[in-house]
Write a protein that binds this ligand. Structure first.
Ligand code: GAL
Length: 633
């Protein structure tokens, strides 16, 4: 795995560049990502490019033996461009234009902005596409960051109408699919359809789902336009995009198919603080991140782009954007780095080289302080670089467990939660965590993935079952777990004929006759697990494997396929993982709290995420906090 950093030569006097480059190389870095926000310096006046500074910056980095990852600057359109076409900005759900003065202020559907993007990307690729120091391209920066996938602009509305016409052919077909007779919502022409916002009460969920699908397609096609240009003018050079954490607003599998390496931006402490974790977990892991946060995304993004993936931005110290921004425990930056390697990353790049003393992110740590002295993380990067050099390239084999992840499932559950605590990401994450807590390696895959060869397959929920998916499951000989709400909707967001789980009824033997959502702690528990958040009444030709306190089926079993009709709490997930693993003959470990294990083809990595020293039975040794242990496989 190579190491790198994110660097902004345009932020620093040119006389600092050579020394920066020398120190990067001396620290063990090979890669430098540059350029992704530099449009105002690359084209200071419309049509007048200034490449000289970037030429010199790349040459300076290359002279120190570094290679560059060059970002296209389309996340930050300059002021002159916005002033020339003010309608290129995104419009938010409340109908307000998103202003200039930060970033990502564009609408994915604006054709004029897309022309401008094609122009600047073409110019950049013509200039640097064949440069010997170019290691990789990065398209744009973090599609969707700051809530920017959905736009309700006139451009988006027009593109949505075309998208609907291509999907449905006639307004009657659309009306029928969405059920628009309900509340007299019928349209006589596609031109009458608006984006689903500013309605009096909720808009039709089918309308929302198609708007989300459309918006996701716009992100993918925006990205594809850049990819096509880069492939033509810079053949053979890898292309990446840096995805985010806990983010489901567009289908990353779609974008992943068009790029070579899926990278993501890993801020474990910020994510722990900002997401659903309990205050107990937030306290226990505030300097480390929950032990599954980074790993979950490593395994998710490995499944996004033909198994090639990496970390483009690794948190090196306190960030600036969470509610609280603590410093990592000493050792954590090195641990996060080696953990990425253990999951098969080809690069980890730190954000950022030097903390900026000015503008929005001046409170965000870097590897250097603003005065160029080394921040705490620098020594850890050097230590990690030494370990990496020692162990050499690491490759991950197919994991025993497959976890099916669907962006569309996240949209369906988000559009119609039915109970406010039914959260898609949390459900998938908890299932993942149950596997990892028993030492299992996991591949997180799309519903389109080939599932053959896995020893166990878990589908936390899949409300819309894609074509061919049931046959794929039926052909498996391993244990399968299907979670609540699976098969509960048709493609056009209706209840399927014959009730949920729709296409999965024959396979599971289950019919769901009623669902209810529950406040935490109101329903009875049984066998150590609680019935909470969600409960389905299961009928049909089923063998109840687990029942609740009232004797009603909670989990059914049929020919190796389990259907779980409640929100599974940790105790239930632990029980199901154990049963499936035993049936599959997969070895389990009893890992103490905070300990995680990950295998490459040649090594077993053990990580201590706890803030205490922990005795690890499978090693027969005690690991200090924020430390790791490597053993041959
Ligand atoms: C990422 C972004 C970077 C920087 C960083 C700060 O979301 O890609 O440009 O803003 O966060 O943590």
């Amino acid at each position: 795995m190579k190491l790198g950093c994110c660097y902004y030569p345009e932020h620093w006097p040119e006389k600092m560049w050579a020394e920066d480059a020398r120190r990067m190389a001396a620290m063990g870095l090979n890669l430098v990502r540059i350029g992704e926000f530099a449009w105002s310096r690359l084209e200071p006046e419309p049509g007048h490019y200034d490449w000289d500074w970037l030429d010199r910056a790349i040459d300076t980095l290359a002279a120190a033996g570094l290679k560059v990852i060059l970002g296209t600057p389309t996340a930050t359109p300059p002021k002159w461009l916005v002033d020339r076409m003010p309608d290129m900005v995104a419009i938010d759900e409340q109908g307000r234009p998103r202003g200039f003065g930060s970033r990502r202020h564009y609408c994915f559907s604006h054709e004029g902005y897309r022309d401008e993007c094609r122009r600047i990307v073409t110019a950049l690729a013509e200039r640097y596409g064949q440069h010997p120091a170019l290691a990789m391209w990065q398209t744009d920066n973090e599609y969707g960051c700051h809530d920017t996938v959905l736009s309700f602009s006139a451009a988006a509305a027009a593109a949505f109408r075309e998208w609907l016409a291509a999907r449905y052919g006639t307004p009657d077909a659309l009306n029928a699919a969405w059920g628009n007779v309900f509340w007299s919502m019928e349209y006589r022409s596609f031109d009458e359809v608006d984006p689903p916002h500013l309605t009096v009460t909720e808009a039709n969920p089918a309308h929302w789902l198609d708007y989300r699908r459309f918006a996701s397609d716009q992100v993918a096609s925006f990205n594809r336009e850049q990819v096509d240009i880069l492939r033509r003018l810079s053949p053979g050079v890898d292309i990446t995009h840096n995805f985010m954490g806990f983010f489901t607003e567009f289908d990353h599998h779609d974008v992943g198919r068009d790029i070579d390496v899926a990278t993501w931006d890993s801020y474990p402490l910020g994510f722990l603080e900002q997401f659903w974790f309990s205050s107990e977990e937030k306290r226990a892991y505030f300097r480390q991140g929950h032990p599954d946060i980074a790993a979950f995304h490593h395994d998710l993004y490995r499944g996004c782009s033909g198994r090639r993936w990496g970390v483009m931005e690794q948190q090196p110290g306190p960030v600036n954007w969470a509610r609280f921004n603590p410093a990592p425990l000493p050792g954590m930056v090195a641990l996060w780095t080696l953990e990425a390697c253990a999951h098969g990353a080809e690069l980890t790049s730190y954000f950022r080289w030097r903390q900026a003393p000015f503008a929005q992110e001046q409170m965000h740590a870097g590897l250097l302080r603003p005065d160029s002295s080394e921040a705490e993380a620098a020594a850890e990067v050097r230590a990690a670089a030494e370990v990496l050099a020692d162990i050499g390239p690491q490759v991950c084999a197919k994991a025993p467990a497959a976890l099916v992840f669907s962006y569309e499932a996240a949209w369906v559950v988000g559009i119609q939660p039915q109970g406010q605590s039914f959260r898609y990401l949390e459900l998938v994450f908890e299932t993942y965590s149950a596997l990892r807590a028993r030492g299992l390696d996991v591949d997180i895959v799309s519903p389109e993935a080939d599932l053959s060869g896995y020893r166990m397959v878990l589908i936390p929920t899949l409300p819309i079952v894609p074509e061919g998916f049931v046959d794929k499951l039926a052909a498996l000989e391993c244990p399968v777990l299907i979670g609540p709400r699976s098969g509960s909707k048709t493609q056009s967001f209706s209840i399927p004929d014959g009730l949920a789980p729709g296409a999965l009824r024959a396979l599971t033997g289950v019919t769901v006759t009623r669902v209810e959502s529950l406040r935490d702690g109101v329903a009875g528990s049984a066998d150590g697990f609680a019935v909470t958040r969600w409960r389905e009444d299961l009928a049909g030709d089923l063998v109840p494997e687990l029942t609740d306190a009232a004797g009603r089926a909670v989990v059914s079993y049929k020919d190796g396929v389990r259907y779980c009709g409640i929100w599974p709490d940790r105790a239930l997930l632990a029980l199901l993982v154990e049963r499936m693993a035993v049936e599959a003959g997969v070895e389990l470990l009893d890992l103490p709290e905070g300990i995680r294990v990950r295998r490459t083809q040649s090594l077993v990595f053990t990580f201590n995420y706890s803030s205490q020293s922990v005795f690890v039975p499978h090693l027969g040794a005690t690991l200090p906090p924020a430390s790791w242990h490597l053993a041959p496989r």
